[in-house]
Design a protein around this ligand. Structure first.
Ligand code: FMN
Length: 216
């Protein structure tokens, strides 16, 4: 009898696990094309054009643009795996989550690919302002505190914020050079977004950034 109860408990556990697993829908991965690094805008032109925008046309970002944007943001730019933005102690602790109309993805800089995280349109959840839902892509910069080995709590706070800011400025400059609109955002309901993205306790949302085409 005891053995039967044990079997039943195991079966119930397995069924509960299967139900939970099927509830989490992962969007299929997106293969990004190789970044096309032939934009001829000068750095000075991009700096002159850099600004925060909050009005977006509904057009989706083509995959090539998404690829170029993410490479500029925090892609690998050297053979040793280092990136377009610096990071304290080369921790590379900032992950870029990308909320698109069909789902949320994690940018894998090394593979230059987008890995599915959550299916569905969670763009509105990445901010607390009305325009946030209109941008075709919302980037969310998330620090993985587990990668900041041996850092004090104060250093984790300081460096995760600075490292995310470098990435944000790369996004600003890429957008200025590519004729896109972008705006970085700190006004985010972090606990709600962490839950929606299924983040771990040692991941911290730093900033979000909307990207899209200017409204006509
Ligand atoms: C850390 C940080 C947080 C920001 N948070 C928001 C925000 O939540 N919402 C928003 O609309 N703009 C936000 N901004 C954008 C600023 O309002 C904007 O950069 C500022 O008004 C200067 O405008 P400019 O970027 O066009 O020079 C933020 C900027 C920074 C640097």
């Amino acid at each position: 009898m005891r053995r039967l109860n044990g079997f039943r408990a195991t079966l119930l556990g397995a069924l509960a696990f299967a139900a939970a697993a099927s509830a989490v829908q992962l969007p299929p991965p997106i293969e990004l094309p190789k970044p096309k690094l032939d934009n001829t805008t000068t750095l000075i032109q991009a700096l002159k054009a850099r600004k925060t925008g909050r009005e977006f046309a509904p057009d989706a970002l083509p995959l090539q643009t998404l690829s170029d944007l993410l490479w500029a943001a925090f892609g690998v730019n050297r053979d040793d795996g280092r990136r377009t933005a610096p990071s304290a102690k080369n921790w590379q602790e900032i992950d870029i989550y990308v909320a698109l109309p069909q789902g949320v993805y994690l940018f894998d800089g090394k593979a230059h690919a987008l890995v599915g995280v959550v299916a569905g349109n969670l763009r509105a959840a990445t901010g607390m302002q009305a325009f946030v839902k209109d941008a075709p892509a919302s980037l969310v910069f998330v620090a993985d505190l587990a990668r900041m080995k041996d850092a004090s709590a104060a250093d984790r706070d300081l460096y995760s914020a600075t490292d995310a800011a470098f990435i944000s400025q790369n996004v600003y400059l890429y957008c200025a050079a590519a004729g896109l609109t972008t705006g970085v955002r700190g006004y985010v309901d972090r606990p709600a977004l962490a839950k929606a993205f299924g983040l771990r306790g040692d991941q911290r949302i730093i900033l979000a950034q909307s990207v899209g085409y200017p409204k006509k």
